[in-house]
Design a protein around this ligand. Structure first.
Ligand code: MIC
Ligand code: SF4
Length: 642
């Protein structure tokens, strides 16, 4: 029986289990990446493991999120990360070198290898034919310690592309079309493997746009073959030696097949406030636009920005529009500068931002009240931009450029017959001077810990009885941005759990933290896809810190469910969804004999003390997860089994 590409890479990394859908497996990890907003926690956790040097082939620590230095906090975190990397054998990508996913694609992603990253858009590197998975920081810490990564073998979906994209239609529209069809939970438990004749014409940056946004489907990852395009890109990055060809067998089997005829696609746009609210641009056309943001880890490549510069060259953006440009990396930044494209963007009226996440995560550039903002990014969850009533639309650089010129939502096909041509450069500008190598004398390196770096909160083993109030009852698709917001105010507290916990659920209930502390914890009830979006483990650490021991929801997003387990919080699901309807905020709940029931792998009964009733919940935990929970989380579990 022929193998698909996912099976081939998993097979060469399989440590435990069988490669059948939904089987528990463990794979070895070749590379890891962290960014500063999740990295500080990941490294504090790695430190607890007591291992002198990382055991991975390559680990890179990036600084790209917490770049506004309005106080000492972010700069302190950067110093901690730099000294930590030097001591423990990790490459350190300095602030200014670029956004983790773009830099990793340029300099490190390698066909056939595995990458685990503490950021949900790690699958970006799947464009290079590698298995790249987003996870919580603790999972990444454990992988740096040489342990395999555990997951349920996902189903493999073949996305068969045929034909070629028409003028002004871009790879962003391919993934927006998939989001339109499958929604933000359509990819949970799945890997999307791209194939078909239409793949051949897509360059690596175009593939990365798709793989990156695959995270919004809830997918485990997205994977492309390694072919001529891969070789061409690696050659241009002076990394030809990293290339191997990788294709599925001709008779490979897939669990599902999706077909997309590229000729039929048109420019698309995701409307506020979910990446799957996709419609043709022409249907949203005419709305007044006040802000356009081009860049982020999506669509910030050299080719993306060159094409925007060519569209804007010699023109002026609309007087009502604020346009920002974020080059994805120093490589991109310097190349557009040397080519003169940067000057074209500046003359057109663009505001140039540093190579960092910036507006994408609300680190500046919050739009004006109720304004329509067109962004080439990957997330438009309400309020993420920093303005509570934001109207964020997601679209390609072509659409963004057209909107910046006209000041209204505009189908880029109105700009002319064809977009300007931007070929792949034969050579990218290679300068790795902002990637620091680890110290050859690690014992001499002292780790700098400013006052913002607080010790890791710990937790004892799981209680046998959990009792408390339903502190919050929520609907479907609660994102980790709802649970722990990011943005300029909260992000600097990522290495300080007591302080960040004060922001827990603040956008949904400003008194949540006070209530949880007074009542010493309680329960949170959620709907479908609870915890979608970011990999931030603070969305589990902060609940743990305030004493929450169980969440009850209809279903969970993959990374958040793992994070809950990692920090000893039970991710329970309703057996009968009517029980979700019955339960009310403020109800007193009680779960008894938890340890015995889990040890016997049985379901749990929740007594609703207020209503005088009881209902059953399932946990769906495997044996390893049960043991982790009983131990009070992954760190305790790992130390016990060491
Ligand atoms: C995001 O896009 O939400 C982030 C910020 O990059 C997160 C990571 C984080 O919260 O630090 C992600 O995608 O995992
Ligand atoms: Fe940064 Fe935004 Fe990409 Fe997250 S999605 S890594 S915040 S640019």
């Amino acid at each position: 029986m022929g193998k698909n590409l996912v099976q081939k890479i998993f097979e060469s990394h399989l440590v435990r289990g069988r490669l059948e859908p939904r089987e528990d497996i463990a794979i070895s990890i070749d590379q890891t990446l962290t960014q500063d907003a999740t990295g500080t926690m990941a490294y504090l956790q790695f430190e607890v493991l007591g291992i002198p040097r990382v055991k991975t082939r390559l680990s890179v620590s990036y600084v790209d999120h917490n770049m506004l230095q309005t106080g000492f906090e972010n700069a302190d975190d950067h110093r901690f990360l730099q000294t930590f990397a030097a001591k423990y054998g990790i490459l350190f990508s300095k602030p200014g070198n670029g956004i983790c996913h773009q830099v990793h694609l340029e300099r490190f992603a390698k066909p056939g290898e595995t990458l685990l990253g503490s950021d949900s858009h790690t699958p970006n590197a799947g464009a290079m034919g590698m298995i790249a998975i987003g996870a919580g920081g603790l999972d990444v810490a454990i992988a740096m310690g040489g342990e395999p990564y555990y997951l349920k073998m996902p189903e493999v979906v073949l996305v068969r592309l045929k034909g070629r994209l028409g003028p002004w239609v871009s790879s962003k529209d391919i993934i927006l079309e998939i989001l339109r069809r499958l929604t933000v939970k359509g990819g949970v438990g799945k890997i999307f493997e791209f194939g078909g004749s239409g793949v051949k014409a897509l360059s690596i940056p175009e593939r990365a746009t798709i793989a990156n946004l695959g995270a919004e489907l809830g997918a485990t990852t997205t994977l492309f073959p390694s072919d001529k395009q891969t070789l061409e890109f690696l050659k241009a990055q002076e990394r030809e030696r990293d290339w191997i060809p990788l294709q599925p067998d001709p008779d490979a089997r897939y669990d599902q097949v999706i077909e997309i005829d590229l000729r039929k696609l048109e420019p698309l746009i995701a409307q506020p406030s979910s990446p799957d609210r996709v419609t043709p641009v022409r249907e949203a056309a005419g709305k007044e636009v006040k802000q356009v943001c081009i860049g982020s880890c999506n669509n910030s490549s050299y080719m993306d920005l060159m094409s925007v510069a060519k569209i804007l060259k010699g023109k002026k953006i609309h007087s009502n529009v604020s346009l920002t440009i974020t080059p994805g990396s120093k490589q991109v930044f310097e190349m557009i500068a040397r080519k003169g494209a940067l000057a074209d963007l500046i003359q057109a009226g663009a505001r140039i931002l540093e190579s960092a996440c910036g507006p994408c995560i609300g680190m500046g550039q919050a739009p004006s009240s109720d304004a329509v903002s067109i962004r080439t990014m990957n997330r438009n969850f309400q309020g993420r931009s920093g303005s509570p009533d934001d109207q964020i639309y997601l679209a390609s650089p072509y659409v963004a450029a057209a909107c910046a010129l006209r000041g209204i939502i505009t189908d880029p096909r109105e700009l002319g017959q064809k977009p300007p041509r931007v070929p792949m450069p034969r050579k990218f500008l290679i300068d790795d001077s902002m990637i620091l190598l680890p110290s050859p004398d690690p014992e001499k390196v002292a780790i700098e810990r400013g006052p913002n770096i607080k010790p890791l909160p710990t937790r004892a083993h799981l209680e046998d009885l959990i009792e408390g109030k339903v502190l919050l009852k929520l609907g479907d698709h609660i994102t980790t941005d709802h649970i722990i917001p990011a943005g300029a105010r909260v992000l600097p507290l990522r290495s300080n759990i007591p302080a960040i916990s004060e922001h827990l659920f603040e956008r949904l209930d400003p008194d949540f933290f006070k209530k949880a502390i007074e009542l010493r914890g309680g329960f949170v009830v959620g709907g479908e896809n609870y915890g979608q979006g970011s990999s931030r483990e603070h969305a589990a650490l902060a609940p743990m810190f305030v004493g929450i021991r169980a969440i009850i929801a209809k279903s969970y997003a993959r990374i958040h469910r793992s994070n809950l387990i990692n920090f000893g919080i039970l991710p329970l699901t309703f057996k009968d969804e009517k029980d979700y309807e019955r339960i009310e905020q403020g109800n007193q709940l009680r779960i008894e004999k938890i340890r015995d029931r889990l040890q016997a792998n049985g379901s749990l009964t929740i007594q609703n003390v207020t209503q005088g009733s009881a209902f059953e919940v399932s946990h769906g935990l495997n044996q390893r997860e049960i043991e982790m929970l009983l131990a009070g989380g992954l760190l305790n579990y790992t130390r016990l089994s060491a």
